[in-house]
Design a protein around this ligand. Structure first.
Ligand code: G3I
Length: 325
């Protein structure tokens, strides 16, 4: 359907996209869609530890600086993803010796260097990403191993010290689908709040499959987080169509289901209170940009645009949801 009107003009909240910054530099079509359709940008990979902090005494700012320039010239918000995660870590960090105190200093320096540089330019951050296992126990990440479970609290405290104005998020997946995991995250946030540790938002990643999570599951989860007074970010939206890896191309029926699904998700989001709506971010522009095929070694078509940068029914479903139709 027609994409001459930007998606972001259709709603009262920001519409975001995960951006592959190298591609933003060399692919005009890609850049035009990012510029025309979205008003909130999340760097997909360049802020991750291995990319921005590849050696102990080395930070690589060029890619992030480029994104900031692009965002500023187009009047777009930038959401920082992500400071403390168990993946995409550089070898030097994995081999780093030292006791708990050393690791706290290391974590603090990492957070401070990055947040200070982008103070006022990046207004919100996924401070901690994916800290829980599916059964609700805390992941045995390197941060947990070296610092202990208190690393989460520390990361939020450091982030707040680094930039008092920044909005700080916890970001994770399957929070609608998996009630056990959600309970653990709700408990963590309740504890942080009771200790006055600053946390302002929840990133509910929306990596969904064609059939689930259900409308009720999404609704229940979002309302529970809203009750804690958090801003809610549907932070990594994509809808996989080929989980069994048995399709070579999507059928019209599959694309129609995907359209209905995204419309349902967006309508669901619309029901949240205005001050809770941080925005919805899709995890990539076109199907060819998606992380899913490479990660699962299969074909898939999870995003709004096809490989030729043409809008898919999913785009129309997004639009209809935003227009509240
Ligand atoms: O940049 C290198 C390139 O130089 C190299 O030649 C190539 C060979 O494999 O790899 C390239 O890096 C890849 C990178 O994406 C950029 O394309 C990495 O191997 C690959 O692992 C990486 O995947 C990213 C993944 O996180 C890593 O965990 C995906 O793009 C990214 O979409 C995905 O995003 C995560 C969120 O951050 C957190 N939530 C889940 C989500 C999906 O996994």
């Amino acid at each position: 359907c027609d994409d001459t009107q930007p998606l972001f003009g259709l709603s009262g909240f920001p519409i975001g996209v995960a951006v592959d910054v190298p591609k933003l530099r060399y692919d005009n079509q890609y850049r035009d869609i990012v510029h025309n359709q979205f008003n909130s940008l999340t760097p997909e990979n360049i802020l991750k530890f291995e990319n921005i902090h590849p050696a102990e005494a080395q930070y690589e700012w060029a890619e992030m600086d480029h994104l900031i320039e692009f965002a500023q010239s187009g009047n777009k918000r930038v959401h920082g993803h992500t400071l403390i995660w168990h993946k995409q870590l550089p070898v030097w960090l994995l081999n780093h010796k030292g006791n708990k105190e050393d690791w706290l200093v290391l974590m603090r320096d990492h957070i401070f260097k990055i947040m200070t540089r982008y103070k006022g330019k990046v207004q919100s951050w996924d401070v901690v990403n994916e800290a829980f296992n599916e059964d609700g126990t805390l992941r045995h990440s390197i941060w947990n191993q070296k610092i202990g479970p208190g690393y989460i609290e520390q990361a939020f405290l450091f982030a707040h010290q680094a930039d008092k104005d920044a909005l700080l998020f916890y970001n994770d997946f399957n929070l609608a689908l998996n009630a056990n995991k959600r309970k653990a995250v709700l408990k963590l946030i309740t504890t942080l709040k009771s200790k006055n540790v600053p946390i302002h938002g929840i990133g509910m990643q929306m990596h969904v499959f064609d059939g689930f999570p259900s409308q009720t599951e999404i609704n229940t989860a979002a309302i529970e987080f809203q009750k804690l007074g958090l801003k809610i970010h549907f932070s990594e939206l994509d809808i996989s169509l080929n989980p069994l890896a048995n399709k070579q191309a999507p059928t019209n029926k599959m694309l129609g289901n995907q359209k209905r699904k995204i419309k349902m998700i967006v309508l669901n989001y619309q029901q949240l209170g205005i001050s809770s709506k941080f925005g919805i971010t899709v995890w990539g522009v076109s199907d060819i940009d998606s992380w899913i095929p490479a990660n699962f070694n299969r074909m898939d078509w999870p995003l709004l645009y096809d490989d030729e940068y043409q809008t898919k029914p999913m785009y129309c479903g997004f639009k209809e949801g935003l227009l509240n139709k």
